[in-house]
Design a binder for this molecule. Structure first.
Ligand code: ZN
Length: 237
């Protein structure tokens, strides 16, 4: 079979184009998969079950394992939260607003060890040592260093309620909030009557993201503290 010169040129062009398309497709597929792998790897490194309390210090180089996002709190101050925890917090907030008429806002989020030291020093002057030791963590031993802990406040009839005692008095509103926490992967960290285990007084405002609704539900339904949950998992291993 004989082809005219122009036909051969045309066929060559089509052939070359096909090769270019195939090569480009393979290249793009490789780039996308490398990117996906990179994201998955970073996500895996975040230990959403990290335990930080009065006996357990924040792991070294913790900051390298988390992705932090900066937003604004109720006072329009910067509020830094771990990316996934923040996303889930917004879902929780929207759900409460839409279905329960409850309005929550961010009050305190991630704190570096240095910032905790500053707060510790200033609060001792303001509130005295006994009060601070009861409510505030020693720098390096605060769950707020993880980026996974959020202190919320409530807005009731347009008024911000963020004083500790005033919030504890708002039992009805907080019970509505607490009921929904696990659906979004959060637990109430400092339970009433478990002060001897957590080392902290009851704090209805302090939420902790644990990375999965299933784990949060297990902890909540069994009425466990985070310490008790982790211990039970260790025992069963
Ligand atoms: Zn807190």
């Amino acid at each position: 079979m004989l082809y005219a010169n122009s036909e051969i040129i045309q066929m060559r062009k089509i052939y070359m184009r096909t090769i270019i398309i195939v090569v480009m497709t393979i290249f793009l597929a490789c780039v996308v998969s490398a990117k996906e792998k990179a994201t998955t790897k970073a996500d895996k490194e975040t230990d959403y079950l990290v335990l930080v309390n009065k006996q357990n210090k924040l792991p070294d180089e913790w900051e390298e394992t988390i992705k932090l996002e900066t937003v604004f709190d109720i006072d329009d101050d910067e509020c830094i939260v771990e990316k996934e925890a923040l996303l889930k917090y917004y879902e929780l907030r929207d759900d409460l607003e839409k279905h329960d008429g409850v309005h929550i806002e961010l009050d305190s989020c991630y704190r570096s060890v240095a910032r905790q030291q500053e707060l510790w020093d200033s609060w001792i002057i303001e509130y005295g040592e006994d009060y601070v030791k009861k409510y505030v963590a020693v720098p390096g031993f605060s769950e707020h260093h993880t980026g996974l802990a959020i202190d919320i406040c409530i807005v009731k009839d347009g008024v911000v309620i963020n004083d500790n005692d005033d919030m504890i008095a708002e039992k009805e509103i907080f019970s509505k909030i607490h009921e929904k926490l696990a659906d979004y992967g959060f637990i109430l960290r400092y339970l009433e009557g478990k002060e001897d285990i957590t080392g902290y007084s009851y704090e209805p405002w302090h939420l902790r993201y644990v990375g999965s609704p299933d784990i949060a539900k297990e902890i909540t339904e069994k009425g466990l503290t985070f310490e008790e949950y982790l211990e039970s998992k260790e025992d069963s291993n």
